[in-house]
Design a protein around this ligand. Structure first.
Ligand SMILES: [Fe+2]
Length: 452
């Protein structure tokens, strides 16, 4: 569908922004419990010759197809589990029917576009038609049940890094690499763990991968036997603190483990090395209460949601076991952070963009740019508008970090419609927008794929 435009789209912006998010919260007479559990819809904005088109399509995952046939949810999701009865106490993560409702992020594995959720069942799709193409199957040795929707891309090594958790009598974290050329995945490192933590993302520097174990952890036996949806089996264990495990990317060796005071987070922003220190930037919360705020019952009651956290830097020394230094990098609270990833992933960097919440606001209602050098912030805000994740797109031939635009899908609550907003990434001045004739369900993450 071609969209009416305001302003002028940059002529160099030729490609597609593909996003995924929950879009169907009721199936038959059943309703999912949590925002993270809605059935996935893919969204694509394509840019060419100054024109913008929009398309969407439900991801035809097995979870989706089975739910349509059954007339109710069929597989256990993050916080909704239709399978639990007294006689079916086998957790969804241990059954052969893991959810493949990939509503969290979009990436490219071995040159193939994939939608991701937090299980080991990414779903491939056609970036042109948004047609579902089946699961992306990793090498059998990778194994695991739970994974991550935020892999890292290492351009120098020509691969992505991700991790899985294998639950069992002995559980393991397993870091692995996905080569860009489509060759088989390979295990990078493995670590036994008694009570695996819930981790939504991890950190990468030029030489290291860092697992940040938030103290929201699960007893695998409880996960197997307890009659509760996946995340309800996790317990907040602040005495564990926040543990960092640093692995060498090439040898897989565990280089260091360090502990800081307890905190929770979904998103790492970036991480880098400075001498023998590692600087790891994370959006943090005091505890895991943010998960409870995102239950649909809470959201539909119109309750205020403080879905923004602190931009926190953890400084770990690899030389000695000095206490981890903790620095709050900005007063502004943000979420859904993005950086100039191709230029700065794993390296020293300066700019963070994310969604913010203005004073007195009841939800994410602004886009924020934080300059880590000057600590200055800039904000885009329009009354009644709720922007999603601002995806940074670098201008071809850009000389410096942050030269480019931000793409964000914004819901205009006054008019009940959504639009794609293009901002100058430095000034946050509006460059253009493309208006949809309807609203677009709030999506979590996506990526921009340039045309070739
Ligand atoms: Fe995320």
């Amino acid at each position: 569908m071609p969209l009416p435009l305001q302003g002028t789209f940059p002529p160099w912006l030729t490609g597609s922004l593909v996003r995924t998010g929950p879009a169907k919260f009721e199936v038959g007479s059943t309703t999912v419990n949590h925002w993270f559990d809605g059935l996935a819809m893919l969204h694509r904005f394509s840019f060419a010759d100054g024109r913008v088109t929009y398309a969407n399509r439900f991801l035809r995952s097995d979870s989706y197809c089975e739910a349509v046939v059954k007339g109710s949810l069929a597989r256990g999701e993050f916080a909704t589990d239709p399978c639990r009865t007294l006689f079916q106490r086998v957790a969804a993560v241990f059954s052969p029917h893991l959810t493949d409702n990939c509503n969290v992020n979009i990436d490219m594995f071995g040159g193939v576009p994939v939608a991701l959720t937090e299980t080991t069942l990414p779903v491939r799709f056609d970036a042109e038609t948004l047609q579902t193409l089946g699961h992306y199957t990793a090498s059998a040795e990778i194994g695991g049940m739970v994974s991550i929707a935020h892999p890292h891309h290492d351009a120098a090594r020509g691969c992505r890094f991700s991790y899985v958790v294998e639950f069992g009598r002995k559980s393991h974290y397993r870091l692995f690499a996905i080569p860009d050329d489509g060759s088989p995945e390979r295990i990078v490192a493995e670590m036994p763990v008694d009570r695996p933590a819930y981790m939504h993302s991890f950190a990468m520097t030029e030489r290291y991968l860092v697992l940040t174990e938030f103290p929201l952890a699960v007893d695998p036996l409880r996960l197997m036997l307890a009659a509760a949806p996946f995340i309800r089996n996790y317990r907040w264990l602040p005495d564990r603190g926040l543990r960092f495990h640093v692995f060498d990317k090439d040898s897989g060796a565990l280089v260091a483990s360090r502990t800081a005071d307890a905190a929770f987070g979904f998103h790492h922003v970036n991480a880098f090395e400075e001498g023998s220190d590692l600087l790891i930037d994370v959006i943090t919360y005091d505890d895991a209460g943010i998960i409870d705020q995102l239950y649909l019952s809470h959201l539909r009651a119109g309750a205020s949601v403080n879905a923004t956290g602190r931009l926190t830097r953890y400084i770990l020394s690899l030389d000695d076991s000095d206490p981890v230094e903790v620095v709050q990098l900005a007063d502004e609270m943000i979420e859904l952070p993005r950086i100039d990833y191709e230029r700065c992933a794993g390296r020293a960097y300066r700019f963070v963009w994310g969604t913010g919440r203005t004073k007195g606001g009841d939800f994410i209602d602004s886009i924020v740019r934080i300059d880590l050098a000057s600590r200055a912030t800039r904000t885009w805000h329009t009354d009644g508008c709720y922007p999603g994740e601002p995806v940074f797109v670098s201008e071809p031939g850009a000389y410096e970090e942050g030269e480019g635009v931000l793409l964000s899908v914004v819901f205009d609550a006054m008019r009940g419609v959504s639009f794609l907003l293009v901002l100058d990434a430095h000034s946050l001045a509006e460059i253009a927008r493309a208006e949809c004739p309807h609203h677009i369900p709030f999506s979590f993450h996506g990526n921009y794929f340039p045309s070739h």
